[in-house]
Design a protein around this ligand. Structure first.
Ligand SMILES: Nc1ncnc2c1ncn2[C@@H]1O[C@H](COP(=O)(O)OP(=O)(O)O)[C@@H](O)[C@H]1O
Ligand SMILES: O=P(O)(O)OC[C@H]1O[C@](O)(COP(=O)(O)O)[C@@H](O)[C@@H]1O
Ligand SMILES: [Mg+2]
Length: 324
């Protein structure tokens, strides 16, 4: 293998740049030529591919976003789109790919690999942490810390006004951000897609708060089956039906996707990037390089997307015990 390419795809996440840098520098260190594909699968189809050098990735390790840009590509979901993408790779002589993205990106990568046989290794880049085969995904730690910082601020004003705040965090299908930011911020309740949300139990607890607790923080993962924070707040408010209680909603949104990556995310991203290139050189393919128990682990794409990474049961217990 002489030429490889790297791309970022799906929702961006802080640390993707550190991962790109690790891929580029490791590849060059090992004597490979390395190319960057811009705008994920969209750029692969459009032929937006450029050679990268050691200096191309200078001064990005500390930055959020992705220098290669990211995109969600409808065209790549079609056989014609994928054929065009493969032709462009062939025209550049690219013999291996590093895909930095989430479950959707790996679903596309698996299909692409099955159709054209091009070696592909993934790196887990998503703030959602919803990928089996790695303890944490690149960007999750930063997103949790960003959410925490915001919730701390909301807590100040919630306490000053004795209000009940419903705070929506990201997590389309997963509650990892909600759970960890909930533990860190001392939330009274956390609502996540993985567990059934019992609104009557929440209402009962809110009615019976100890007298010294005059404000509450409820963290809602956007993918909760009962709805987003606004919808849940409306339901809870009507069930409580108490004019003296004030309810507010804050949606944290895309601030969770930006910002300088934390040390944990930079190290994780760098390790995964290096492992992806080492894996390609060693003949690995159709798999993701993740870190489990401090070790590099290569997990087939099929398992990364097919197996569910469960929430840590102790985390849910912590929220319940510590909110009394
Ligand atoms: N079933 C599929 N077939 C082909 N490509 C897919 C498939 N699922 C996802 N992809 C590609 O991967 C891209 C990124 O997936 P998405 O779910 O948006 O983000 P993430 O990788 O962060 O989970 C999609 O926009 C699409 O181009
Ligand atoms: O930025 P968009 O396109 O609105 O997508 C928002 C979604 O992307 C995420 O931030 C990350 O999800 P992915 O990693 O699967 O792309 C989700 O938490 C959120 O639901
Ligand atoms: Mg995803």
């Amino acid at each position: 293998m002489k030429k490889i390419a790297v791309f970022t795809s799906g929702g961006d996440s802080p640390g993707m740049n550190a991962c790109i840098r690790a891929v580029v520098r490791t590849a060059i260190y090992k004597g490979l030529e390395v190319y960057g594909i811009y705008h994920g699968y969209e750029g692969m189809i459009a032929g937006d591919i450029k050679r990268l050098y050691t200096y191309s990735v200078s001064n990005i390790v500390q930055r959020g976003g992705t220098m290669l840009k990211s995109a969600r590509s409808e065209k790549f979901r079609t056989p014609e789109g994928r054929k065009k993408a493969f032709e462009n790779l062939k025209a550049h002589g690219i013999e291996g790919l590093v895909a930095i993205g989430g479950d959707g990106t790996f679903t596309g990568a698996k299909i692409f690999h099955e159709e054209f046989g091009i070696p592909m290794v993934g790196c887990p880049g998503t703030i959602d942490n919803d990928i089996y085969g790695t303890d944490y995904t690149i960007g999750f730690d930063t997103a949790v810390n960003t959410a925490l910082d915001a919730i701390d601020k909301i807590r100040d004003t919630a306490a000053a006004h004795d209000r009940i705040f419903f705070i929506e965090v990201m997590g389309r299908d997963a509650g990892f951000i909600a759970v960890e930011s909930g533990i860190g911020s001392g939330a009274e309740f956390v609502m996540v897609p993985e567990t059934k949300t019992d609104l009557d139990a929440v209402v009962k607890s809110l009615k019976n708060l100890r007298k010294t607790k005059t404000s509450s923080i409820i963290v809602v993962a956007e993918g909760d089956k009962e709805g987003g924070a606004a919808e849940i707040m409306t339901k809870v408010k009507s069930k409580i039906n108490d004019k003296n209680k004030e309810f507010k909603v804050t949606t944290l949104g895309h601030i969770q996707r930006g910002g300088n990556p934390t040390a944990r995310d930079r190290v994780l991203a760098s390790r995964c990037g290096m492992a992806a290139v080492e894996g390609l050189i060693a003949g690995k393919s159709n798999c993701m390089a993740g870190i489990m128990n401090q070790e590099v682990v290569y997990t087939p794409f099929g398992d990364c997307i097919g197996k569910t990474k469960p929430l840590i049961p102790d985390h849910l217990k912590l929220i319940e015990y510590l909110s009394i």
